[in-house]
Design a protein. Structure first.
Lengths: 181, 388
């Protein structure tokens, strides 16, 4: 790995940026790589479209922007439709299967879905949807180790919610791992 | 003098530029901030409001930007290291007080997380179009220092420089971030307090007296007078009117010339000492890309792409844009054929490069209206044009 570009898209309020924060923190703080998280959002606090971009690099990350993501994580249909043309050939798409209905991808893309909303509701908090996606991402990509990602979840979520969020992470992780077994 | 460990969050953090700026201010010894939140600088004051009280500091959300920019100056004369934080629309409101700080020689830091403008423009999107405002946005003749970080790490490191320079030269320092850098999150390594050099306020050595001269020079420093400590019996008058060494209004041309000459010269004649810049592969460059802030990271990508095509391209990045590092630019001018200046506006800093180059090399602008950063390929196309 030298440079990997990751894009996470969804609605504002879904925890899109937090998901990027966890991946970036795992890479830069726990694995000593260079990671840059940039974000794009509108003036609305919630509901507008929102995306987080993470560049992970084993070298110094000079150019900080994502142009052609190697990995796209999407939690809304508009984000899916908007970002799918940017994905690099051979790229990986990870989507929330209740919110995103994938259409015909160009060849060479690999896509995996997860009913993360349903899992989040089963865990009692719809809000942990993003952390389930982060667990799913960890299982299906090789950007960061499971251990680093787990540490980053623990140190990124609000105090007192670590247990809930780690269960959410585990749920996404094991679902992803079982898909590729 | 080393930093007070109480304000230094030593360790490796994953922080955005806005948060890192707050930590830099704390490490520099700033304990007093007044502000009025505005995107994309809100995260700076959010963190300040939480962090400053933890170390005995004060944050006050004021009624508006005008209140903020004047309250910090009262606190500065009261002995504090001070800052206010805003973005274009707020900084425009503060202009009168930036001039006041220049005239009264009040050390203070104005953080401007630049967004697209003019007016309310693009609240959540980036821009670099306040560079000329940072230089001479207030009326009258004065000089400031404007610093442009290009990463969260630099938002920390250079915020410390901003406070140190404000103390050293007794001026308002403009900390010119941009939305891209403010909202970019990267690893920020904060060193131990004893590894951080801090410039403390220079106080007068003269005792309080009826003849006390507020602006008299001391310590063989021909440019910057020391300040009086408060609460020790010094009685003084601070005014935006043209003033004599005692600090009292003196409405005549002679006093004006002496005062303004000094506040302009203290920066201009020290420009080489203040200068801070970076260079990449300029040694053999036929074309040098000039950029600051976020754009300096974009042009490095352009340089790499140009080098792959066999073009001899380098990068010159003023870290401190005002005063412009003109001595170094003039040296580079003699060894290169062209400068391509990339900035998120339609021509501000390029004017300074043109002035210095004065026709002895080609100067081309890679302008951009803001809202997004340049595509490095677009700048490459321009470089290829110039190389023809």
């Amino acid at each position: 790995m030298s440079r990997i570009e990751i894009k996470i898209g969804g609605f504002g309020g879904q925890g899109v940026i937090m998901a990027g924060m966890i991946i970036g923190r795992a890479a830069s703080i726990y694995e000593g790589k260079d990671a840059t998280l940039t974000q794009s959002f509108g003036p609305e606090a919630r509901g507008g479209s929102c995306s987080g971009q993470v560049v992970v690099n084993t070298d110094r990350n000079l150019y900080p922007m994502v142009t052609h993501p190697d990995i796209l994580v999407v939690m809304s249909q508009p984000a899916y439709l908007k970002f799918i043309p940017e994905v690099k050939s051979g790229g990986l798409i990870l989507y929330e299967s209740e919110l995103v209905k994938p259409q015909n991808h160009s060849e060479g893309l690999t896509a995996y879905g997860i009913p993360a909303t349903k899992f989040a509701e089963e865990l009692g908090r719809k809000m942990v949807l993003n952390i389930i996606m982060v667990g799913f991402f960890t299982a299906l990509s090789d950007v960061c180790s499971e251990e680093s990602m787990r540490k980053a979840v623990e140190n990124s979520v609000p105090r007192g919610t670590e247990r809930l969020n780690l269960s959410a992470f585990n749920r996404g992780f094991s679902y992803g791992r079982d898909l590729v077994k | 003098m080393k930093a007070d460990p109480k304000g230094v969050l030593t360790g490796a953090h994953f922080l955005d530029g806005d948060h890192a700026c707050c930590e830099g201010a704390l490490a520099a010894g700033c304990r007093c901030a007044f502000g009025y939140p505005i995107t994309p600088s809100t995260e700076v004051v959010e963190r300040i409001s939480r962090r400053f009280p933890m170390v005995g500091g004060v944050f006050l959300q004021m009624e508006d930007e005008i209140g903020s920019s004047i309250a910090i100056q009262g606190a500065a004369w009261g002995g504090k290291k001070v800052m206010t934080v805003s973005s274009g629309p707020g900084i425009s409101l503060m202009m009168e007080h930036i001039g006041l700080a220049a005239m009264t020689e009040t050390p203070c830091v104005f953080v401007n997380v630049q967004r697209g403008g003019p007016s309310t423009g693009l609240p959540t999107l980036t821009g670099q179009a306040d560079m000329m405002q940072a230089r001479w946005g207030s009326h009258g003749d004065y000089e400031t220092i404007a610093i442009c970080p290009n990463s969260p790490q630099e938002c920390f490191d250079l915020a410390i420089d901003a406070f140190n320079l404000a103390e050293q030269y007794r001026i308002p320092v403009m900390f010119m971030m941009d939305e891209s850098v403010g909202h970019m999150t990267e690893r920020v390594v904060i060193p131990e307090a004893d590894e951080i050099d801090i410039v403390e306020r220079r106080y007068t050595k003269k005792p309080p007296s009826d003849d006390y001269e507020l602006y008299a020079l001391e310590d063989d420093n021909p440019f910057v007078p020391p300040m009086p400590p408060v609460g020790e019996g010094y009685r003084f008058h601070v005014t935006g009117l043209t003033h004599d060494d005692k600090g009292y209004p003196a409405m005549d041309a002679q006093t004006q010339q002496k005062l303004i000459r000094r506040i302009v010269d203290k920066i201009r004649l020290n420009a080489d000492a203040i200068a801070k810049y970076e260079e990449y592969q300029t040694e053999d460059a036929d074309i040098i890309l000039v950029a600051y802030g976020i754009t300096s990271r974009v042009v490095i990508r352009t340089m790499e792409m140009a080098r792959e095509k066999g073009l001899k391209v380098g990068v010159f990045r003023p870290v401190i844009v005002w005063p412009f590092p003109e001595t170094r630019l003039k040296e580079l001018m003699d060894q290169t054929k062209a400068f391509v200046v990339a900035e998120l506006n339609y021509g501000q800093v390029v004017l300074e490069v043109e002035r210095l180059v004065a026709g002895r090399a080609k100067v081309v602008l890679a302008g951009h209206g803001g809202g997004d950063i340049h595509d490095p390929k677009e700048i490459l196309r321009l470089v290829e044009e110039v190389a023809k």
